[in-house]
Design a protein around this ligand. Structure first.
Ligand code: ZN
Ligand code: ZN
Ligand code: FE
Length: 741
């Protein structure tokens, strides 16, 4: 299902790069006038800010033409975009430059290789021919190599390399493309490659290392590749044997692997790629984009049973050269063990990835901070960032009013941290689940990094209400009275902040788990948010989860909890438990022992997946809900009486199942019914703005249908674009909440 674009909207662009003093503002002015758009453009130390509003097609054209028709001397390093509500600008104006910007606003994210550098590395005779560390003012590493501000070579990990005379000349020449390009380097003076065996012995170096590494991949072996923000594990994506071995060694059963395609043409052959998705793939941020697969000769183990593929294009010269050498797509997954953060250090990689990779392609440019690949999915014709890291972090989200100096420590899964400096909120890159010591280290490093990089001193610390999160405990060591923000409230505030929505709103905050005000596990929440706080106006009917957290890995436990809630011990279906196990679980449910009460929407999705018979156990979080989404067939129906009390929905599912209705149809009716439940609450509450947030809204069918149905009824739905709907967005919401205290 696709959702039509709104007739009128406001497009905000934040453009960073060499865009000041090159006639950029007059160019924007002329373009806006040509397209009959109203709004403004303004310079600030953080970049050029543009807001335009008008017809959707004109906004699209503007977005496209700004980057393609820019003045010759302007170079764009990043363009952030967001679609917001129109505010009714009169005409188009060039606003006075704003000086409101802090030093931190100048910390750039890592930028994918530009076309000029790309041309050089593939031009025989060029002095940078085949040089994997080529970069210029328009591209190259930034956030991953900055140790301190100001952003000078001496404050980056390039300080270990003294520029040769020719590089120095480029660096000093104001009209050279490499004028003040801090990571400037060439084969004579810059970093070099080495191919190591798992014991750390050098097999070959420099120009010989890359073809030798390519040979390793071609042979079906596994290569650990040190890239921009850490290590990737790489294997031939067409070789089932190689991919399977990577899964076994990495201890990753079924969670999909990301792919790197050597070209856009290859990506198009593997997947359906829309013009918008094409733009995302080729953007300076170069994220992993989730694309619908076509039939291909890829190894089935790349993304088992998943109709989507996470695809990215090469984003450093090293990746470009390797991919050109190979000429086929590779699996490129984070160099780590299961859910640990990505490895960055050569010695660390040898120690931790020694059992996984056959060989290591490394270099001697140190990585200051772990930065994973970002993940984006197109949702209702807009980009939705599901994992915000390389290319986006640490670019700030600018709020409409200044915040106190808050440090927000985020939640637990998909952890991020954030700080507020004036109107700018800097959100850290994705840090992983705070389960492992490595993730917790990354978490502390991110906070230390904020202090060092931004000269930040927290006046306030904000954390989740959950007393047992490691992030909460850490916040308690930093402050005697941290601001404790209810999880689902933080989700709603986060989505409101990035969409510039003012209260009152109805927040629909659906996820797996979050600590509720009453000490139970919330997760299917409807929060009416007003100026100073929120009320929980409705929630999904609660049920018990036998075994608590264990239910995350076993959707049938959620199903058991749901069925027990309706039928007690007279279960209407067999969930595949053995007799003894079932007996134990029923005792737990009856006595309320180790079976916490929850209103979790995520677990209700799990339950439905198990009841439909799609999956009884999961090997990673969210797997069941994902499969339920993927199963959905086109179908407009929902179950009669669908409401937050899901009894009629579950009875409908059981009926359908008994009658042998196709799983895809049941999955559709289930999704559609939950959307009707949202609509029901929205009608009761009567607030026009509806904010859709929480991990459940990574589900395309749920989100797009909710947007569609809410709009049909005259509501104004909002969803996430720049900040993840999952717990990666919590830190931003915590910042906003703590400003209200
Ligand atoms: Zn470049
Ligand atoms: Zn040089
Ligand atoms: Fe959450």
């Amino acid at each position: 299902m696709t959702v039509g674009r709104v007739a009128e909207a406001r497009l905000r662009l934040v453009i960073r790069g060499a865009v000041q003093g090159v006639g950029f503002r007059p160019f924007v002015y002329r373009l806006a006038r040509t397209l009959r758009l109203s709004g403004w453009v303004c310079n600030s130390p953080a970049g050029v800010f543009i807001e335009v509003e008008g017809a959707a097609e004109a906004l699209e054209a503007f977005h496209e033409r700004v980057s393609h028709e820019k003045p010759p001397r302007a170079s764009i390093q990043s363009i952030e975009h967001a679609l917001l509500d129109p505010v009714g600008f009169g005409g188009f104006v060039i606003r006075e430059s704003e000086l409101d910007g802090c030093a931190g606003a100048l910390v750039m994210s890592d930028i994918a290789t530009c076309v000029c550098c790309l041309r050089e590395i593939f031009a025989p005779g060029d002095r940078r021919f085949r040089y994997p560390f080529t970069n210029c003012t328009n591209c190259g590493p930034r956030y991953s190599i900055i140790e301190a501000l100001p952003y000078d070579r001496a404050n980056t990990t390039m300080k270990h390399f003294a520029m040769c005379a020719r590089c120095r000349r480029e660096y000093d020449d104001p009209i050279d493309r490499r004028f003040h390009a801090q990571p400037n380097a060439c084969p004579e003076c810059g970093p070099t490659l080495e191919l190591l065996d798992p014991s750390g012995r050098t097999l070959c170096a420099a120009n010989e290392a890359l073809p030798a590494a390519a040979e390793v991949v071609r042979d079906g072996r596994i290569l650990a590749l040190k890239g921009l923000g850490g290590f990737h594990l790489v294997a031939d994506a067409r070789n089932e044997h190689a991919v399977r071995r990577l899964r076994e060694r990495k201890n990753r059963e079924e969670k999909p692997f990301a792919l790197m395609a050597e070209s856009l043409e290859r990506a198009r052959r593997l997947c359906d790629v829309s013009a918008f998705e094409e733009m995302l793939l080729q953007s300076p941020e170069a994220p992993i984009v989730l694309l619908r697969c076509r039939d291909s000769d890829l190894a089935p183990s790349v993304a088992p049973g998943n109709p989507y593929l996470g695809v990215m294009l090469p984003y450093t010269p090293l990746h470009h050269l390797l991919m050109a050498e190979l000429g086929f797509p590779i699996v490129a997954t984070s160099g780590n063990l299961s859910d640990e953060p990505i490895c960055t250090d050569n010695a660390e990689a040898l120690a931790r990835l020694g059992g996984i990779a056959d060989l290591f392609l490394v270099h001697d440019r140190p990585v200051v901070r772990r930065v994973d690949d970002s993940v984006v999915r197109v949702m209702a014709d807009r980009a939705m960032i599901l994992r915000r890291a390389r290319g986006y972090a640490p670019l700030p989200t600018t709020l409409n009013r200044p915040m106190p100096a808050v440090l927000a420590v985020g939640a637990h899964r998909k952890s991020t941290t954030a700080i507020a400096v004036g109107r700018n909120v800097f959100i850290s890159q994705h840090l992983g689940d705070l389960e492992t010591p490595q993730a917790f280290d990354a978490f502390r490093e991110s906070i230390a990094g904020f202090e060092k990089l931004f000269g930040f001193r927290a006046a306030r610390v904000a954390c989740d209400l959950h007393p047992d999160y490691r992030s909460t405990r850490y916040a308690e060591t930093l402050s005697r009275s941290p601001v404790r923000v209810q999880h689902h409230y933080a989700h709603v505030l986060s989505c409101m902040a990035e969409n510039e929505v003012q209260p009152p709103v109805l927040g629909v905050s659906w996820d797996g788990t979050g600590y509720g005000l009453d000490g139970t596990i919330w997760g299917g929440e409807f929060l009416r948010v007003h100026e100073g706080g929120f009320e929980r106006v409705a929630h999904l009917r609660t049920f018990r989860l036998p075994g608590g957290e264990q239910a995350v890995r076993e959707p049938r436990r959620s199903a058991l909890g749901v069925l027990y809630e309706l039928f007690g011990e007279n279960l209407p279906m067999d969930l595949g438990f053995c007799a003894r196990e079932l007996e134990t679980l029923l005792v737990m449910l009856k006595k309320g022992v180790n079976s916490p009460v929850t209103s979790s929407a995520g677990r209700l999705f799990d339950a439905a997946t198990a009841m439909i018979g799609l999956r009884q156990r999961s090997s990673f979080e969210g797997q069941a809900a994902m499969e339920l989404e993927f199963a959905v067939e086109p179908c407009e129906e929902w179950y009669d009486g669908a409401a937050v009390d899901w009894e009629s929905i579950v009875r409908g599912v059981l009926d359908d199942r008994g009658r042998g209705v196709a799983p895809g149809r049941i999955a559709a009716r289930f999704h559609n019914s939950l959307v009707e439940a949202i609509l029901g609450v929205a009608r009761n509450v009567g607030e026009e703005p509806i904010v859709l947030t929480g991990g459940c809204f990574q589900n395309k069918h749920l989100t797009e249908r909710a947007i569609h149905r809410l709009r049909e009824d005259g509501f104004r739905p909002y969803w996430h674009q720049r900040v993840p709907p999952n717990d990666g967005g919590i830190a931003l919401g915590q910042v906003v909440a703590s400003a209200l205290e």
